[in-house]
Each structure stands twice: as C-alpha cells, then as structure tokens.
Design a protein around this ligand. Structure first.
Ligand code: SF4
Length: 247
C-alpha cells in the first residue's frame, strides 16, 4: 500500500541546548514523505513525546481509522474532541464505542467557553447567521486554548478529500506547533481496507447516507455523485471550520 522509509531513517534532532525546540517541519516532511501512516505516528510520538502530542478527532465517519493506527502506536496519546454543543448524539455514541474498541485511555472533550457563548451566541443561532463566527467560538478558539500545552498535533485529513486538502504535506508548521497529517497520502480504498481488517465500527449515521459528519445544523446527507464533504455547510461557500486554516 505504501513505500516505507527505512526503520533507521535519521530523525532531525532537536537543537542542542534547547530541549523545548522542535524539529524542523520541512526536514520531517522530507523524511516522512513516503512513509506509511503508522510510521508517521511513530516518529511523531518519538520526536515530540506522548505528553506534548495530541490527536484532534471529530469522531466522524472516517475518524476510526486514524484512531486505530494511533492506538497501535500508543493508546495513551491524548485525543481531543471538540464538543461544540451541536454534536449528534450518534457521534458521542461512536466516540464511546471507539474508546472501548481501541482501548484509548486519554480522550478529552473540549467545550467552548460558556461566557463567550453567552456573549457571542446567546440564542444558539449563530450557525445560521455567521457560521465562521460560530466555528470560531465553538471550535477554533477552544482548540487553540487546548493546544497550548502541546507542541504538536495530528489529524485525519486526506488529500483525496479535495478542496484545500488536495496538497497537504505530511508534516507542516502550524504557528508555534508542528502538525502531522499521517493520512495525507491514503486512498479511499486504504481507509476501507484498514477499517475492515480491524473490524472498526462504522459511525451510526453512515448507513443513513452521511459521508462526513460535523455539527447537526451544518451537516446533511450526501447525495449520489456528490463529494464526500458536500453535506457540510451545504448551500454556503464554507468548506472548512477554520481549525486548519486560521489557527
Ligand atoms: S459546524 Fe456549524 S454549528 Fe458547528 S461550530 Fe461550525 S457553524 Fe457552529
């Protein structure tokens, strides 16, 4: 499925005398450009350390695969779920099923600041008038706060999802942090194969035609022939919540 980098491929060192400095994103990306997802996660775990490395997961329709691979490397790597207050109950059930199945030991729900919600979305209708502002207060800002104690994070974006994801690197600089995209190079068939061979439970909404699941007001079923993420913010120009574009 993937060409793998040699096991003994040199990992760019941290700068001498600067224990908190991070390896260079460009060097890491070059090292891992052809690596398989597990190898990318393993290197991230090795160079960053478990306590300073987080996985951000929506527990959506394809989240199980990244979480399975993470759990193969280290099930204690912290996993952050942005609980916006608008998640489907099925997503919460899927989270609980995956925690049990994969033995994840450190899954954290990240909630918006209640004072900010009171000021900026007092009637819980901001999604309908200004979805970017809603995502800012319910996703982007809570994640920025949650990531202050981490040096790097991983996520499940794939190039085949298209749009702004078409050209994502394997490793990139994200402000002061590194961001790892272990699934950047996978194909839909790879995702399916990993899910099947591991016996991963599907998201409960997948069987009803939801190919990508986010918040309730901003997610609809996809229709035949539509892109996988066509049901997200349907009818608007919005395609990303902002955590990958504004952090
Ligand atoms: S996806 Fe929709 S409901 Fe969720 S935070 Fe963004 S705008 Fe708000």
């Amino acid at each position: 499925m993937f060409r793998t980098a040699p096991e003994d491929a040199p990992i760019p060192p941290r700068a001498p005398g600067e224990p908190d400095s991070l390896p260079d994103a460009v060097s890491l990306d070059r090292l891992l450009v052809d690596a398989d997802p597990v190898q990318i996660i393993r290197v991230a775990r090795e160079v960053i350390g478990r306590e300073r490395l987080a996985v951000v997961s929506s527990f959506g329709t394809e989240s199980a695969v990244l979480l399975k691979l993470v759990s193969d490397v280290d099930p204690a790597i912290p996993v952050l779920l942005l609980d916006t207050g608008w998640l489907f109950p099925e997503t919460i059930a899927h989270r609980d099923a995956l925690v049990t199945k994969l033995g994840l030991t450190d899954v954290r729900s990240i909630a918006p600041d209640p004072n900010q919600l009171k000021q900026r979305d007092p009637y819980a209708d901001l999604w309908s008038t200004n979805p970017d502002a809603c995502c800012a207060v319910r996703k982007v800002e809570p994640l920025a706060d949650a990531l202050t104690s981490f040096a790097a994070w991983m996520n499940g974006r794939k190039r085949y999802q298209g749009g702004q994801r078409t050209h994502i690197p394997v490793v990139e600089q994200d402000g002061v942090r590194l961001k790892f995209n272990p699934l950047a190079r996978v194909a839909p068939a790879d995702v399916l194969a990993i899910a099947r061979s591991a016996g991963l439970p599907p998201h409960p909404l997948a069987k009803f035609g939801f190919t990508s699941v986010g918040c309730m007001p901003c997610t609809r079923r996809t229709l035949a022939g539509e892109d996988q993420r066509a049901g997200r913010w349907s009818g608007t120009n919005k395609t990303e919540c902002g955590i990958h574009t504004t952090l």
